[in-house]
Design a protein around this ligand. Structure first.
Ligand SMILES: Nc1ncnc2c1ncn2[C@@H]1O[C@H](COP(=O)(O)OP(=O)(O)OP(=O)(O)O)[C@@H](O)[C@H]1O
Ligand SMILES: [Mg+2]
Length: 339
């Protein structure tokens, strides 16, 4: 009997869970290509450290955005490389559960299946990302009870009301961690005439990011280039000034949550009123995000334990449903078979 695995192909990080062993891969979804001969220089953590430092001979790039693969060949190489690091042989890697955002096309879903199949997996089953996030956050989604989960990742914020292992209402928007980084870059340019890279912006967001005035504290030193003199410079960014670049993304997320709540059938709304909303995804940890959603919806909001790992954990927990696909017992199955 071979190993079954679960894969979360995230915009910023790829996570792989091996059944019975837990999460064995958690690396940036980055790959560096040598532009002279198209050979692969580095994958994952090593490639991430080359981001923004690459010359015209090398290019470090993210081949996945919001669950959508922009370069199939590169994603295949990335998955194979990660798998080789944790599984000694391809023999005995028969099945995988992978998650996809709810709102991508069948062609895009097939690309995810193909990329994983090419890495030596015999059978690939898909699960919708918010369903995986809910399972990974420890919610019981199999009953007729309504649960609401909001996964704020790097490329997308996926939110859904889930009941009977299926999605009752859902939305996926591109307002998430990456847009926050872009907004920080624009803000620093505008306010300090200073150019910073994406990694610096992300580090500032993770260290002092805040979306509600009054909740922020501390500062973080960022280094970049003065746009007027061309010389290196630094600035101590204060947490409270981060509200300005981050507020629009936070408000867009809140607005979508309100829309989903408005569309939710009344019986399920009652459940959500009792249980509240669960946040998952790395960017749900930004200071003030949970409070802002709480204020806007008047609901209880909790951040799941290890929020960025919920999706891969949920995919891992869904491995047991692969067998149920073969022998349907009439119950609703949260995963679908190969596309
Ligand atoms: N402590 C933190 N505070 C704020 N943001 C954070 C924190 N930790 C991680 N992030 C942000 O969370 C995002 C990554 O989250 P996650 O790993 O859930 O995304 P992903 O699964 O790769 O993306 P997606 O699900 O959109 O494809 C990044 O934008 C990262 O900067
Ligand atoms: Mg994700």
């Amino acid at each position: 009997m071979g190993m079954d695995i679960a894969i979360d192909l995230g915009t910023s990080r790829t996570r792989i869970f091996v059944n019975g062993k837990g999460k064995l891969v958690d690396e940036p979804s980055v790959i560096t290509v040598n532009l002279d001969d198209d050979s692969i220089m580095a994958v994952g953590e090593e490639a991430y450290h080359m981001l923004g430092r690459t010359s015209d001979r090398f290019n470090a790039l993210y081949p996945i955005n919001g669950g959508v693969i922009s370069d199939l060949g590169l994603v295949e190489i990335m998955i194979s490389t990660f798998l080789k690091r944790v599984v000694s042989s391809r023999i005995g890697m028969p099945r995988a559960v992978a998650c996809v955002p709810g709102e991508i096309t069948d062609v895009e879903k097939r690309a995810v299946v193909n990329a994983i199949s090419c890495a030596g997996i015999r059978r690939v089953c898909l699960i919708e990302e918010p369903v995986a996030a809910a399972i990974g956050a420890g919610l019981d989604i199999t009953g007729p009870h309504g649960n609401m989960v909001v996964d704020i990742g790097a490329g997308t914020t996926d939110m859904a009301v889930i009941s009977l292992s299926g999605i009752a209402v859902s939305r996926s928007i591109k307002q998430a961690g990456n847009v926050m980084d872009d907004e920080i870059i624009k803000y620093v340019k505008r306010k300090y005439n200073m150019l910073i890279g994406k990694r610096t912006a992300e580090e500032a967001k993770m260290n002092i990011g805040c979306v509600l005035p009054g909740m922020a504290s501390g500062s973080y030193r960022i280094k970049g280039r003065n746009m007027i003199t061309g010389m290196p410079m630094w600035v101590d960014l204060k947490s409270e000034e981060m509200v300005e670049p981050l507020k629009d993304v936070a408000i867009a997320i809140v607005k979508q949550i309100q829309d989903v709540l408005e569309e939710t059938p009344p019986e399920l709304i009652g459940d959500i009123y009792n249980d509240g909303i669960v946040l998952t995804g790395g960017a749900s940890q930004i200071v003030g995000m949970d409070t802002l959603i709480k204020i806007a919806t008047d609901l209880r909001v909790t951040i799941a334990d290890d929020p960025a790992d919920c999706v891969v954990k949920g995919c891992g927990a869904a491995i047991k449903y692969i067998d149920a696909l073969k022998h349907p017992d009439g119950s609703v199955n949260p995963i679908t078979d190969r596309f």
